[in-house]
Design a protein around this ligand. Structure first.
Ligand SMILES: Nc1nc2c(c(=O)[nH]1)N=C([C@H](O)[C@H](O)COP(=O)(O)OP(=O)(O)OP(=O)(O)O)CN2
Length: 136
């Protein structure tokens, strides 16, 4: 059967601070600039979850996008939306919440729920012009 990629878009709004606990505020500012503001700042994150696999002969689906929507809601939106990532999301307690690290956390949370034969790719926009991709 042909291999096709299906995509689901999602959105969350979250606050964060880019910094290392073991660096001074001055050093954090030198490396992370305004993103190291100790009072945090927010982003409107846009997420695209992409699944590649063979079309199922019986259903015509690669994967039910309604089910993917539920997984994204439960694992990502409910956990991240309107949260302070550094303070309220356990995965970032000791992990700098850069776009790169957020994409890896999202990948790992969804990967464990999805069939192994599907390829997963995460595209995460932190701003309209800054985005990352991760596919494991
Ligand atoms: N490799 C990374 N670099 C940067 C990250 C990141 O997560 N990974 N994050 C940031 C900031 O958090 C943020 O994305 C940058 O904000 P800002 O400068 O406001 O965004 P833009 O560059 O898109 O704004 P312009 O209007 O284009 O200036 C920084 N680096």
């Amino acid at each position: 059967m042909p291999r096709v990629t299906v995509h689901r878009k999602a959105h969350f709004n979250a606050a964060h601070r880019l910094y290392r606990k073991d660096w001074s505020d001055e050093k954090n500012f030198k490396i992370f600039n305004k993103c190291s503001n100790p009072n945090f700042h927010g982003h409107n994150y846009e997420l695209i979850v992409s699944l590649t696999g063979e079309i199922d002969k019986r259903t015509g689906y690669v994967f039910d996008l309604g089910m993917l929507k539920e997984y994204i809601k439960l694992e990502i939106e409910d956990a991240f939306d309107h949260k302070n990532l550094n303070v309220e999301v356990p995965e970032f307690r000791d992990l700098n919440p850069t776009a790169e690290n957020i994409s890896v956390v999202i990948y790992n949370k969804l990967r464990k729920l999805l069939p192994k034969d599907l390829e997963l790719e995460i595209t995460l926009y932190e701003t309209p012009r800054n985005f990352v991709t991760y596919s494991g």
